[in-house]
Structure formats: C-alpha cells, structure tokens
Design a protein around this ligand. Structure first.
Ligand code: P6P
Length: 338
C-alpha cells in the first residue's frame, strides 16, 4: 500500500505539471528518466564490493583520470535512458570528450539538453565512501527539429531550467531544483521509488561547518588562507566554534552543508589556478541548487551562474554555501585584492 501522504518523484513531477497547465510534461519526463537511471546505478553501487565492478576500467577519461567500471556503467545508464526517451536532444558528460548529439527525429524535437557527471567522487568507490551523480538541464538555443549543437551546452549557469544530484550514501537521495524550489527524495527500497523526504530545502543563512582540503593550504592565495585561519579561530562569541568536514566527495560535502549550513571550498592553487572542479556539470548545477535554496556560489571573483562558458570541460575555483559565511569569505578575498 503506497503511503499517499508521501509523494513519489513521479507523482511530484506530475503534480508540478498541474501547476503549469501549458507545460508539455517534457521536463517532468526528463527528471523521471534521470531517476530511473539513478535507481539502476544505485543497485550496482550498493553491491560494488561483491561483483567485479570495482576497480579501474583500465582506461583514462578526457580528464586523464583512471575510469572506474562504475563510472562507465553510470555514464551508459544515463545516456541510455535519455537517448531512448523523447525529452533530451543530446548530452555532455565528464566521461565523454565531446557532446553526444542524439540526432533522431524525436530527440531533435526535444526542448532540452542535459550535462552530467555520472559518478562524482569515483576514487572513493573502492573504499565505500559516498559518491554521487550530478546533472544540469538547459533549454536549447538551437532550433527545434534540428540536431542540438555545442552552443546549447555552453550557456551560463543562470540559464539552467533544472539541476540536481543523486547521493549514494547511507540512504540514496535525489535532490533537484527548478526556479520554484529545491526538493529531496529518498529512495524507498520497499517500493523502489524516490519518495519526497525533504520538501522545499532551504540553506541556513549561517553555519559552523567549513569544508576544504587542508592538504593544499599553502597553495591557496592569502585571502583564502586568512579565511581558513579565521574559521579555525571561531569561538562561541564569534559564531563558532566551527568544525571542519571534508570527505573528498563533493556531492556529499555540499549536500551536508546545504542541509545543515556551511561552506565548501575548492579554491585555485598556485599550480592549478582554476582549481579542479568542472564548471558545466559540477559547479553550475550545485550553484543553481544552492542559490534557489538561499545560499551563494562564486569562483572567488564572480557569481558562478554568470560565468560565460567557453569549453565543455573547463574548470573554475569554487566557493559555495550559506549566505553569511560566503559574505565573510568574500570580505577576506576583497581585503587581499586591495
Ligand atoms: P581533492 C572527487 O574526485 C572530486 O571531484 C570531488 O567530488 C571532490 O570534492 C574533490 O574531487 C576532492 O578533490 O583534491 O581534495 O582530493
């Protein structure tokens, strides 16, 4: 007996559709397709220790990173559901050098394109640390009825129609945002459906958690170092004490800070001034989600969502989290500029 008080993802997206009678239902269908791929990935992630799906695929992806078998599986699942659906004209993926244009009659009529990191944090797979899938959805700028083009994907993050992630953690959660709000769905293994568990997620304006890789401390610029130093010196009287939480899996780190309040930083370093994280399918989706929830996201100089992309896999420094913590960080960065 399905508990009618708890909406499934499918029921929720259809309910949202009722609020927009003119909507075609394409976005709802696209979100449900991503949910289906996530359920299939979840099955493999949950048994990763038992079957020969662990370990490296023996290839390296466009990032030059060893490709884990689960990476390839997750990438194939997402491409499969979106290519055989009728709600997406093409995709960009961390695992693919270039975009994949679906170029069939129905897909060419689709309004949307999708970018994703199919399995972020995959270096953690072998040691059972939470990992995640991140996705970003844009309305095409190319004419309907034609194959999608690179320009459909190189849009600033503020143009996103929807964005979300799946975190394969102690439970499996799908969180997605549209301009109407951010909602979280927990996979209910009894019915095999994502069920609404975190309605209308708001990012607390303040927090006591800061997340950064301290191993790179001496490679950060002085403004970042001074902010981290300030975090370590917070007392009860100055809004602390803060705690440092960093598990090296961005989806989990940002998800925790979104729910509890906090700041996540992946700054540029002296050797990698653009940092490590990818603008299109890591920074933009999370920036959209956290801004809709009331937080902020910048590259240290400008709003992430205003960055005009030039390349599919470009990186950018990344600072995201609670509004007031981000404001304090920015005050340190500004001071060092002057
Ligand atoms: P570092 C995982 O590989 C990832 O892309 C993000 O999920 C994570 O936040 C970051 O890299 C961790 O990188 O250099 O701190 O190990």
């Amino acid at each position: 007996m399905i508990n009618r008080n708890i909406l499934t993802l499918d029921e929720f997206t259809l309910q949202q559709l009722r609020n927009f009678p003119k909507a075609t239902g394409e976005l709802s269908r696209l979100l449900r397709e991503i949910g289906l791929a996530a359920k299939r990935v979840n099955v493999e992630v949950n048994k990763a220790g038992l079957v020969d799906i662990l370990g490296d695929e023996g290839t390296t992806n466009v990032q030059g990173e060893e490709v884990k078998k689960l990476d390839v599986f997750a990438n194939n699942q997402l491409i499969g559901v979106l290519k055989h659906g009728i709600s997406c004209a093409g995709i960009g993926s961390e695992e693919l050098d270039d975009i994949e244009i679906f170029d069939d009659e129905l897909s060419n009529q689709s309004k949307y394109v999708c970018l994703f990191d199919p399995l972020d944090g995959s270096s953690n797979i072998d040691v059972n640390v939470s990992i995640g899938t991140i996705f970003s959805i844009y309305r095409r700028v190319s004419p309907l009825g034609t194959p999608c083009t690179k320009e459909d994907f190189l849009q600033p993050g503020r143009k996103q129609v929807a964005a979300g992630y799946i975190v394969y953690g102690s439970s499996t959660m799908l969180v997605y945002a549209t301009r109407r709000g951010v909602n979280g769905f927990t996979l209910d293994p009894q019915i095999g459906e994502f069920s609404l568990s975190h309605a209308n997620i708001q990012c607390p304006k303040d927090g006591k958690i800061y997340s950064v890789n301290h191993g790179n401390f001496f490679l950060y610029n002085s403004g970042v170092k001074k902010y981290i130093d300030a975090c370590q010196k917070k007392t009860k009287e100055t809004g602390g004490p803060y705690t440092q939480r960093y598990i090296g899996s961005m989806v989990s780190d940002v998800h925790r800070n979104l729910i509890k309040g906090g700041i996540f930083m992946y700054p540029g370093t002296t050797d990698k001034p653009n940092g490590k994280l990818r603008l299109l399918y890591e920074c933009n989706p999370f920036a959209f989600i956290v801004e809709v929830a009331g937080g902020k996201a910048t590259n240290g100089e400008q709003r992430i969502l205003d960055i005009e992309p030039t390349e599919l896999h470009q990186r950018c420094p990344f600072f995201i989290g609670s509004e007031n913590m981000m404001a304090e960080l920015e005050s340190y960065l500004e001071k060092e500029k002057s």
